[in-house]
Design a protein around this ligand. Sequence first.
Ligand code: GLU
Length: 510
Amino acid sequence: MNQKNIRVRFAPSPTGPLHIGGVRTALYNYLFAKKNGGKFILRIEDTDQTRFVPGAEDYILEAFDWCGIEFDEGVSKGGPFGPYKQSERKNLYKAYADELIAKGYAYYAFDTAEELAHLRKQYEAEKKTFTYNAAVRQNLNNSLALPAEKTQRLLDDKTPYVIRFKMPDDRMVRMNDLIRGAVEVNADVLDDKILFKSDGMPTYHLANVVDDHLMEISHVIRGEEWLPSMPLHILLYEAFGWEAPEFAHLPLLLKPDGKGKLSKRDGDRLGFPVFPLQWRDPKTGETTRGYREDGYFPEAFINMLALLGWNPGDEREIFSLDELAEVFSIERVGKSGSRFDPEKARWFNHQYMMKMDDEDLADLFLPVLVEKGYMTDRDFIVEVIGLVKDRAHFVHELWEQSDFFFKAPDEFDPKAVKKRWKTNSYDQINELKEVLTAIDDFSSENVEAVVKAWIEEKEYGLGAVLNAFRLVIVGALKGPHLFDIVALLGQEETLRRLEIGLHELGRKES
Ligand code: GLU
């Protein structure tokens, strides 16, 4: 295939929020296009009117916007193969269905929903499954079984019908999948799928194949759940006399534990999002969490998704979108499903936080501080971030790691007090106050050297003094290197906190 003609598409149905598995599918399409100098197209497949959910299309666009994934052509973008929304292409599909009927690859079926439901029940009663196929179609209400005049009369009378594909008898369909290699299916096991519905709309199968052809799609890269549709799609291309695109079916994202596909329920159960953005169900009003609102950086989210099913062939894990586009290849997409690991997702976000400039993190942290009511000097915030960011996975977690920089403790962790505020703590901290008052150079290194020398000279327990010191400064036994904290707080504030601590904790009676 000529490099210039590489065209791939992401073709979501707007039936609700986009699952992260869908985002990954789109990402792999995007990377494949970028890597090969091709085009990436967004097509909205909204022919199933019963499954349409308001807001879902905007959600999809907003999600890709947030991720930094851009389309070359598509809905909201335009392009030479539009319109890119199937409901706006509605009028063009019928002619293709008619063409298949004329060529003998499809037929009219007049069976009503009730008739088919009845048949299904009958089969079930005999512990069999009803399949609309070569074995039964001659006995049903369709243009293959009925005399031509009868069919014509039904059509003239505007009797509702669907158009079904006539699955060939005893035909081995041989296909190639770029991920799983050669695949073979006997058409006998397939049913006469509906191509065109009585509501005047094509089904997914017809619209998808027609559009992929008209939009000159070269590679169909999609989720594994569509693998069973591949033989039908191949047969449709054949029936139309069109060259089929290449296919690659991506393995599923699996639950973090147990078996099966990663679902929203797993996220609810284990506490992580399975959608890129928060989603509010327009019917129930129920809100579902998203990666964006949970505080993930889009770059970290994308990096994490890229590695769920693809690997670069070496140990590298951190890639920007551009770097991914350079190294991505379908050959390195695994055949088996990838287990989703929520801890790893957090790890990725942490890595991006560590990589980020403290100044930029300060911009993101500032609104959190404002909300908490603590506005301070920006340089101070930048310094604080430098000290605590290795302990946080998200910007919002910076607050619990650093609150004591912005306010003196208003309470002291009772467990820590019990364990670390000893009978001699009061006197030692009181004495420490004198030591600290006398220091001129309040840098971390100097304060540390002076305090440690004093402890040694007095033969106090190093751990005992430093833990009590931390307790009065922080209010708990958390935080970065104690002397970095006091140096940043400064001499005055440190002394003030010692005062408060002494007053609040008092002398512990032995
Ligand atoms: N509309 C289908 C979906 O929602 C597209 C499948 C395909 O890529 O062919 O997943």
